[in-house]
Design a protein around this ligand. Structure first.
Ligand SMILES: O=C(O)[C@@H](O)[C@@H](O)[C@H](O)[C@H](O)CO
Ligand SMILES: [Mg+2]
Length: 403
């Protein structure tokens, strides 16, 4: 089964997406997500200029060998651009392999380990009342797990507070917009938010919160302790993780479960965090962490330390990534949860998919492959638009901070 063609499709149905499509000589084709938010064209070029020429003529069945060929063969290992490009190839090849077998991808991975994939939705509000209202709305929609983010009094724009209710799109401007930040205001506000949310929603709904790398380890420890009475499912990205050791300090002070990893791109980024049991959930996902092939290794390693998966699933991960992630989630023994932010109707129309939502769970469907396709004619009607993630500055003196 030789690869005879591969191409990159860049489109913007509501937001930018990069998709790789690989075709084989027996007429099968598969697709992979290659979207790297705010840096989309660098991956498109990496694939078109440097990867596709090396793929033509290779046996599409050799998924592992092609992964190693692109990883070791590049000489320059790791990094978000490289690993997103490898992930796109890997996802497309798994899609083809499963189609050739006539099976949904989860069957090739080892079959179902559960009846459905528990997801969490995003409740955002300008203040506590609005956020509580949104949490209750998600509960009514059937969600078993809800992430709560709210504006902070005295700060103009804060991470996680969207424009709409079901869609949250941070890459909102053709040049990076600027947000302001005050750790003290945030630390005073957030425990009040969760006291109100827990009181309103009752004990049974899982609650999550994303700190978006904004605290130092000791500040994160303070927040984790303050949130203990509201028993969160997790506190995410409490501090930047370039230094994996930082999580030890947080861990020593709080029993609030910790999640990290949406910006990781290799198993090496998670190694110390997992083997020293400094986290509870690993958020690496298909598109940014080298595809199904590497994600499976990360999950197996994590399983040895009772760390569970909680894959990133924001709107900048296309439905192609979501489809592949759901097959992975249905199989992976140490599954925790899957993030789910609804895409816009335009995005859903460009990427017809077999996955469905019911009562707080997603189901990948039983179509052969990963079950997601791209309507190329429709995609061509939505050309690429430059869009950047914001940056963050300290409110009192303008120092550039973590966004
Ligand atoms: O947890 C999350 O989903 C976030 O942290 C994302 O919204 C993130 O900001 C974007 O995916 C960045 O591309
Ligand atoms: Mg996050």
């Amino acid at each position: 089964m030789k690869i005879i063609d591969a191409k990159v499709i860049v489109c913007s149905p509501g937001r930018n997406f990069v998709t790789l499509k690989i075709t084989t000589d027996d007429g099968l084709s598969g697709i992979g997500d290659a979207t790297l938010n705010g840096r989309e064209l660098s991956v498109a070029s990496y694939l078109t200029d440097h990867v596709i020429p090396c793929l033509i003529g290779r046996d599409a069945h050799q998924v592992e060998d092609i992964w190693q060929y692109l990883y070791r063969g590049a000489y320059w290992r790791r990094g978000p651009v490289t690993m997103t490009a490898i992930a796109a190839v890997d996802t497309a090849l798994w899609d083809i392999k499963a189609k050739a077998a006539g099976m949904p991808l989860y069957q090739l991975l080892g079959g179902k380990s559960r009846t459905g994939v528990m997801v969490y939705g995003h409740a955002n509000g300008a203040g506590i009342d609005e956020t509580v209202e949104q949490v209750l709305h998600y509960k009514k929609l059937g969600y078993k797990a809800i992430r709560a983010q709210s504006g902070v009094p005295g700060l103009e724009k804060v991470y996680g507070v969207g424009r709409g209710t079901l869609f949250y799109e941070p890459a909102d401007s053709s040049l990076p917009s600027e947000h302001d930040w005050s750790t003290e205001r945030y630390l005073l506000h957030t425990p009040k938010l969760f006291a109100a949310v827990r009181e309103a929603v009752g004990p049974d709904v899982h609650l999550l919160h994303d700190v978006h790398h904004r605290l130092t380890p000791i500040e994160a420890a303070r927040l984790g302790k303050a949130l203990e009475p509201y028993h969160l499912f997790w506190m995410e990205d409490a501090t930047p993780a370039e230094n994996q050791e930082s999580f030890r300090l947080i861990r020593q002070h709080t029993t609030t479960p910790l999640a990290v990893g949406e910006i990781f791109n290799s198993i090496w980024d998670c190694k110390d965090l997992i083997q020293h049991q400094l986290i509870d959930y690993i958020r690496t996902t298909v598109v940014h962490a080298g595809g199904i092939t590497q994600l499976r290794r990360i999950a197996d390693f994590a399983g040895m330390y009772q760390v569970r998966t909680g894959s990133h699933g924001a709107t900048d991960l296309s439905p192609v990534c979501m489809g592949a992630a759901l097959h992975f989630d249905l199989w992976v023994p140490n599954f925790g949860i899957q993030e789910y932010m609804r895409h816009t109707d335009e995005t859903d129309a460009v990427f017809p998919h077999a996955y469905t939502f019911e009562d707080g769970f997603l189901h990948p469907g039983d179509a052969p492959g990963h079950g997601v396709d791209i309507d190329e004619a429709l995609a061509a009607r939505y050309p690429y638009k430059p869009a950047y993630l914001p940056v963050n500055r300290l409110a009192h003196d303008g120092t550039l901070w973590h966004w």
